[in-house]
Ligand binder design. Structure first.
Ligand code: NDP
Ligand code: GDR
Length: 337
């Protein structure tokens, strides 16, 4: 019998890659999407299946992490074997502008989902998308033992989601796990996160469509990996005998400045001629350095990253150049890269 999985946040970067992975593995995939006045399924349109196709394995349902009753009803109907909670207000800078909304969706959202599992009585395994942002100002390298010191409403909300997941595992014996994932990127990364903002700007500057790229703190250090590899780690976490929490990272550290250098030099440009400072992209409290120690994931899950910093910057820059080329030449933009 094919396994049934529910993905919240299926329209996001990770949700789209995870849906592909689970479909490849033969799963029936149920994605929860938000009602929007415009189309919001770009990242999954290439795997979309006609609702009337009797053999379809991808089904989309309207739901929102703010609506606990809808979650109960859906879980009761779907009876999933696995749930991946990737839905969130995921932008750190935006969380300072919308702290209560972020707390509700990113923090209370996981609690609603866990309660929905209890209320629907479904026997399932649940993955919570926890984040390296929970470590905040705790000095690197960070691993599963590192103390949390979040520096944003987003980070605080993720800490709540983390401990709620641990608590439901301990209190109710649920198979509930946290993947503490460090930054991971791809050509599908949201356009306002720094890596994608840079690679998109490189393509536009190269094509003569943009003159400057305005950024905030160039000194921030991050551990950037490749999103398709990180969703594989999520799946592995739900296939173990016992539920546990894992850090997923590359262990390599680079600054935002270095990412600029790598992306601009990939097309023969000197980043210093194009990057300008704008204070609006600074955060009220910054996370200076996140560098993960993924040894436990490697030992227990057999997970190891292969795409590292330079290759990642190159993949993203090339994808943005070719997407812009498609756009300028009136071709449909391919999202399956
Ligand atoms: P994205 O921002 O690309 O996707 C977020 C998803 O959540 C989208 O599908 C979005 O829907 C959905 N969503 C937003 N609000 C709600 C809501 N109220 N109810 C239901 N769904 C909602 O994030 P990523 O794919 O990058 O990240 C996936 C998860 O992993 C997030 O929880 C994020 O916080 C976490 N994470 C991400 C890391 C990273 O580096 N990418 C690192 C560590 C953790 P819509 O498309 O309609 O906006
Ligand atoms: P982050 O990612 O906050 O780490 O959260 P982001 O790419 O937004 O910022 C990384 C670093 O770059 C600095 N920065 C800028 N950031 C943005 N977005 N725009 C700018 O113009 C800019 N200039 C400098 C930031 O200050 C920061 O230090 C991501 C999200 O995916 C979270 O959901 C996830 O949990 C964490 O990664 C791990």
């Amino acid at each position: 019998m094919a396994k049934n999985a529910v993905i919240t946040g299926i329209t996001g970067q990770d949700g789209s890659y995870l849906a592909e992975l689970l479909l490849e593995k033969g799963y029936q995939v149920h994605g929860l999407i938000r009602r929007s006045s415009s189309f919001n399924t770009d990242r999954i349109d290439h795997i979309y299946e006609e609702p009337h196709d009797p053999d379809r394995r991808l089904t989309l349902h309207h739901a929102d992490l703010s609506d606990g009753v809808a979650l109960v009803n859906l879980l009761r109907d779907i009876q999933p074997d696995e749930i991946y909670n990737l839905g969130a207000q995921s932008h750190v800078r935006v969380s300072f502008d919308a702290p209560l909304y972020t707390a509700d969706i990113t923090g209370t959202g996981p609690l609603r989902l866990l309660e929905a599992v209890r209320a629907s009585g479904v026997a399932t395994r649940i993955y919570q998308a926890s984040s390296s942002e929970m470590f905040g100002s705790a000095p690197p390298p960070q691993n599963e033992q590192t103390r949390f010191h979040p520096r944003s409403p987003y980070g605080c909300a993720k800490v709540f989601g983390y401990w709620t997941t641990v608590n439901y595992r301990e209190a109710y014996g649920m198979y509930a796990v946290n993947g503490v994932l460090f930054n991971h990127e791809s050509p599908r990364r949201g356009e306002t996160f720094v890596t994608r903002k840079i690679t998109r700007a490189v393509a536009r500057i190269k094509a003569g469509l943009q003159e400057k790229l305005y950024l905030g703190n160039l000194d921030a250090v991050r551990d950037w990996g490749y999103a398709p590899e990180y969703v594989d780690a999520m799946w592995r976490m739900l296939q173990q005998d016992e539920p546990d929490d894992y850090v997923v990272a590359t262990g390599e550290a680079h600054t935002v400045r270095e990412f600029c250098e790598a992306a601009f030099s990939a097309v023969g440009l000197d980043w210093r001629e194009y990057v300008a400072y704008d204070a609006r992209y600074e955060r009220p409290a910054e996370v200076d350095a996140l560098i993960g120690d993924p040894s436990k994931a490697e030992q227990v899950l057999g997970w190891k990253p292969t795409v590292m910093f330079d290759e990642l910057a190159r993949i993203m820059t090339e994808a943005d150049i070719s997407a812009l080329d498609d756009e300028l030449n009136g071709r449909t933009v391919r999202v399956d890269r």
